[in-house]
Design a protein around this ligand. Structure first.
Ligand code: HPA
Ligand code: MG
Length: 206
């Protein structure tokens, strides 16, 4: 759990691409810490679900780096036990929670399986709620959710994942998977966006 008072780290203590330095306030969670925590989450998942015959579902596009890192750790002792079905929350307005399964696979193959849904960040929790009810309709044996980050926000509908990397304050963060209007994805560390960054990449649609 990262407290509301956590000041983060000055950008010049870490390698941050020069071109986006002014768009960021602080490094909030360093890449090394993310990877170390991910390794432990993978162990927790394996203990809880068993490494075998678990289907991991990635919620792209933001979730894919955490997904890849997590599955790297889970897969090592359990080769050939995992596969994943790509899906997307296809509207850029995250509050709609609209989910579409992409690719040839479909969710009926989840019947009787142990399913792990992997997400990068849970904010309000609406997308996850929609996804969970979609998956449950296909009668899996078990469904669990792993999210690298969970935000403490008054807008939360109260969903709590089974595996949480870090609980963070109600700040807008960016990272190589987490974007702000599709910008600032190319970072290794979870960073807090600056007011300059927010203004620069503000969506015309708002
Ligand atoms: N960063 C990126 N994407 C998000 C966030 C955030 O803080 N909250 C919800 N989606
Ligand atoms: Mg996501």
């Amino acid at each position: 759990m990262i407290s509301d008072e956590e000041p983060g780290y000055d950008l010049d203590l870490f390698c941050v691409p020069n071109h986006c330095a002014e768009d960021l306030d602080k490094v909030f969670i360093s890449h090394g810490l993310l990877l170390d925590r991910t390794e432990k989450l993978a162990r927790d998942v394996m203990e809880d679900m068993g490494g075998h015959h678990t289907v991991a579902l990635c919620v792209p596009k933001a979730g894919h780096t955490f997904f890849a890192d997590l599955l790297d750790c889970i897969k090592a002792p359990n080769r050939n036990s995992d596969r994943f079905i790509p899906m997307t929350s296809y509207c850029n307005d995250q509050s709609t929670g609209a989910i579409k399964v992409t690719g040839g696979d479909n969710l009926s193959t989840l019947a009787g399986k142990k399913v792990l849904i992997v997400e990068d960040i849970i904010d309000m929790g609406k997308t996850m709620q929609t996804l969970l009810s979609l998956v449950q309709q296909h009668k899996p044996k078990m469904v669990e959710v792993a999210s690298l980050l969970v935000k403490r926000t008054p807008r939360s509908i109260g969903h709590r994942p089974d595996f949480v990397g870090f609980e963070i304050p109600n700040k807008f963060v960016v990272w190589y998977a987490l974007d702000y209007n599709e910008y600032l994805r190319n970072l290794n560390h979870v960073c807090v966006i600056s007011e300059t960054g927010k203004a620069k990449y503000k969506s015309e649609a708002e």
